[in-house]
Design a protein around this ligand. Structure first.
Ligand SMILES: NC(=O)c1ccc[n+]([C@@H]2O[C@H](COP(=O)([O-])OP(=O)(O)OC[C@H]3O[C@@H](n4cnc5c(N)ncnc54)[C@H](OP(=O)(O)O)[C@@H]3O)[C@@H](O)[C@H]2O)c1
Length: 330
């Protein structure tokens, strides 16, 4: 197949590109040429800007376009309009954040809106509602040739978000670690598993919305796996919610996927539809091992990741304070 990826050089797009190249497809990447230039010499790269300069896409045809880099409906509208008759199918990477409440949400659950500020382009504030509006553009333009993938927390090599990388960075350090509740569920998807299933979905001409994440695993199973892979025999103290809440630790990123009990629904989206449609996930141990290997090889050195970790992830100093408070309390 001839494949177009709008983006393709950071994380999810890289896994789409690698899955496509491994399957022998012809791959075209369209991006500004800023992120990861020259990563895939086997692919053609077209340079432009999806917001206002799509000229390089004009007059071309592809079997399918994957869009992992859309956040604003105004911008997704531009590629959708241009590609309406130039691609067979259009796959948009949306998010599980489209739901008002993702606790056991299936694809028909209530979606976020931005009725209070309908023209806003404030992505951090309206991330989920803006993804809903992007999905609507895809559905209106492509009908049953469009697919909206709604991933949960994505993991795997190349991850630019300091969640699993932040957690692994902490577990690479010496000493004891703080965690929340051992029984908390954690629901993640490997970017390559997502990419592989999306190719199957295209071949089967699937359309509409699909929640895309894994079956939840327990926090203590996740952390036991991490400790066994780092080989550091790290002691882990499960301190519960309160000591983390009073210190305003950011949920999800702060202490490696910890969320307070009342917010655990974000780790419980309903994934029956995608599993019934043939989605399979690799073992969690393999996902973590691949990510750790990548981080040790190049990720931990990247300035970008270091900066992001420093801003979002529990520092070792603060962790020591929490451990001290926990010991005094118990
Ligand atoms: N991480 C998670 O846990 C998570 C969860 C749910 C959903 N998601 C979704 O998954 C997707 C992740 O995307 P990714 O960053 O990994 O995708 P990616 O395709 O690997 O990287 C982003 C690409 O977009 C290109 N790009 C950025 N601005 C552009 C512009 N104005 N015009 C043309 N190209 C542009 C970048 O290249 P240049 O800079 O060279 O232009 C880069 O190639 C997002 O849609 C996100 O909402 C993520």
């Amino acid at each position: 197949m001839d494949i177009l990826i709008i983006g393709g050089t950071q994380f999810v797009g890289r896994h789409l590109a690698e899955a496509a190249l491994a399957a022998g497809h012809q791959v075209t990447l369209f991006n500004r040429g800023k992120t990861g230039p020259g990563l895939y010499p086997q692919a053609e790269t077209l340079v432009g800007d999806r917001d206002g300069n799509l000229d390089a896409l004009k007059g071309r045809k592809w079997d399918v376009a994957f869009d992992p880099s859309g956040y604003l409906p105004r911008v997704v509208q531009q590629s959708a309009e241009l590609l309406k008759d130039a691609v067979g199918r259009y796959v948009f990477i949306s998010s599980i954040s489209v739901y008002v409440d993702s606790d056991n949400a299936d694809e028909n659950a209530a979606l976020n809106t931005m009725d209070d500020d309908p023209n806003s382009e404030d992505i951090p504030k309206y991330y989920g509602a803006l993804k809903v509006a992007c999905e609507n553009v895809v559905t209106e333009t492509f009908g049953d040739r469009g697919l909206n993938a709604r991933p949960g927390f994505i993991i795997g090599p190349y991850d630019a978000v300091p969640r699993l990388p932040g957690l692994l960075w902490r577990y690479e350090q010496d000493g004891e670690r703080v965690a929340g509740r051992p029984e908390q569920g954690v629901q993640v998807i490997h970017a390559r598993d997502m990419a592989d299933w999306l190719f199957k979905a295209v071949e089967q001409k699937l359309s509409g919305a699909y929640n895309m994440t894994g079956r939840p695993v327990k926090m203590n199973d996740l952390l036991d796996t991490v400790v066994s892979l780092t080989g550091k025999n790290t002691p882990v103290s499960y301190v519960g919610d309160e000591l983390l809440k009073v210190r305003d630790i950011p949920p999800v990123d702060g202490v490696g996927y910890w969320v307070p009990t009342e917010a655990e629904g974000i780790m419980r989206a309903n994934v029956d539809k995608v599993f019934a449609a043939g989605y399979t996930e690799r073992p969690l141990r393999q996902s973590i091992s691949e990510t750790l290997e990548w981080l040790r090889r190049e990720g931990f050195q990247s300035d970008n990741l270091k900066e992001r970790i420093e801003g979002r992830v529990l520092s070792l100093e603060k962790e020591a304070e929490i451990l001290e408070a926990f010991k005094q309390q118990s």
